[in-house]
Design a protein around this ligand. Structure first.
Ligand code: PEP
Ligand code: MN
Length: 330
């Protein structure tokens, strides 16, 4: 992989030793920006919330002793002011924070009013937790009021990529660098390298990857972090050659995304159907209920018409799904 911006480091700064060890292991990578979260916006209150202000001192050591530029996550104006005062060069705004335009504006304002704003080299804006391209764009524009170098980070939703949303951003904001975060996109260390290949295939401008010296002992996101050796191997892997045009590559990824969700939906349908089967058995009901079958077929055909789909094709699909449900219930 070449000509990419690399941001790598642990999900969270846990202690000074872990921060320095990880940074040292990554310090040979040209142009690398070292990342570590110190204020962690976690879903659950009992989870590790980050080390807080103390972590700023550890990041300063990485800058001074290893000469690496550093990035941390800010989720409100106060954290932004503190990070800028500590001369952190890059900030990123997490997916949860990006769901709130008021908070994102407060962060942009905190940058504008900070006397230390000249130390800031750039801001990375994740896509919001929900699939909302307009909000992602709006957040980027809010940050552009404060800093000239704003990049977008596609981290997906619900541990799945949102290629359609990312492509839309590419088209609407072609001047904004687009990075991919395979760690939060997958939630799974085993999927990280294949997502990095997807990023290269789709001509992303960079990667943000969670790297931990001992992922199995990480205090947050343990399942998705990879070792520095693994990350180094990924970025030094040979570049694939693509003969299909870039637009077609994007559209095929979008098809993969839709199919993936389709299989997911079918699996969920079958799971519900199985519960219905158990209910029917417990209540001595017939598996095949003609009135319910007719009801399903009638309204699915109305949906088909609404979406401009062929009635014959939809009939075939509904029949196949229904048959499989009946087979499972028997
Ligand atoms: C992170 O990068 O550590 C993070 C919290 O990511 P996200 O906001 O994408 O969940
Ligand atoms: Mn994380």
């Amino acid at each position: 992989m070449n000509k990419m911006t690399y941001i790598a480091g642990p999900c969270a700064a846990e202690n000074e030793q872990q921060v320095l060890d990880t940074a040292r292991a990554l310090s040979g990578i040209e142009g690398l920006i070292f990342r570590a979260g110190i204020w962690k916006p976690r879903t659950r209150p009992e989870s590790f919330q980050g080390v807080g202000d103390e972590g700023l001192l550890w990041l300063s050591r990485v800058q001074k002793e290893l000469g690496l530029p550093v990035a941390t996550e800010v989720a409100n104006a106060d954290q932004t002011t503190k990070a800028l005062a500590a001369k952190i060069e890059y900030l990123w705004i997490g997916a949860r924070t990006c769901a709130s335009p008021i908070t994102v504006q407060a962060i942009a304002d905190a940058i504008i009013y900070s006397p230390h704003r000249t130390n800031l080299h750039g801001v990375f804006v994740k896509n919001p937790v929900n699939e909302d391209e307009a909000l992602w764009q709006g957040n980027i524009r809010r940050l552009q009021q404060a800093v000239s170098n704003v990049l977008a980070v596609h981290r997906g939703c619900n541990h799945q990529p949102c290629w359609q949303m990312a492509y839309q951003l590419r088209i609407n904001m072609p001047e904004v660098g687009l990075l991919l975060d395979p760690s939060h996109m997958s939630g799974d260390a085993e999927r990280v390298s294949s997502l990095c290949r997807d990023a290269a295939e789709l001509e992303y401008d960079g990667l943000m990857v969670e790297v931990h010296p001992h992922p199995e002992h990480a205090l947050s996101d343990a399942r998705q972090q990879i070792t520095p050796e693994h990350f180094t191997a990924i970025i030094h892997s040979p570049q694939d050659r693509y003969t299909t045009p870039i637009e077609l590559r994007w559209m095929r990824k979008m098809i993969d995304e839709v199919d993936d969700r389709l299989w997911d939906a079918i699996a969920r349908r079958m799971a519900v159907s199985q519960r219905i089967g158990e209910y029917k058995k417990a209540n001595n009901m017939e598996v095949f209920q003609p009135s319910r079958y007719n009801e399903i077929m009638t309204n699915r055909l109305i949906w088909a018409e609404k979406h401009g789909l062929s009635k014959e094709a939809v009939k075939t699909i509904v029949e196949a799904l229904h048959q499989e449900s009946i087979r499972m219930q028997q």
